[in-house]
Design a protein around this ligand. Sequence first.
Ligand SMILES: [Zn+2]
Length: 129
Amino acid sequence: MAQDIVIKAKVVDGLLTYSSLNHPKEAILLLRGTRNKKEIIVKDLIIPPLALHGYSYASFPLYMVPMDSSIIGTAHSHPSGITEPSLEDLSNFYGAIMAIIGFPYTSERNIKVFDRNGNKLSFIIEDQR
Ligand SMILES: [Zn+2]
């Protein structure tokens, strides 16, 4: 059974802003939140420890990701604008979901969320409670 994916509005803003600030380089972020059988809720973004601007997601050192169960996935930008995961992206999958933010990073339509098999997942954007 599929889980609902909920992304807080401020997280959506953060993904778009951070991607655009790093353009034309690839931006990498960690997604923090909660998950249970029913839903995955993305509540915060974490900029990974390290100056990562030289890395692409495919070479991102996952051993640097804090061992923290609140990290529920990763996000990275595709400056090419193509919001499909590459084979490297899928083989570097970490957590439950992977968000890809495609150039021009202007709206949530530039954000796609995938599971570890590369299936596109729909998500709901929620304002702060
Ligand atoms: Zn990628």
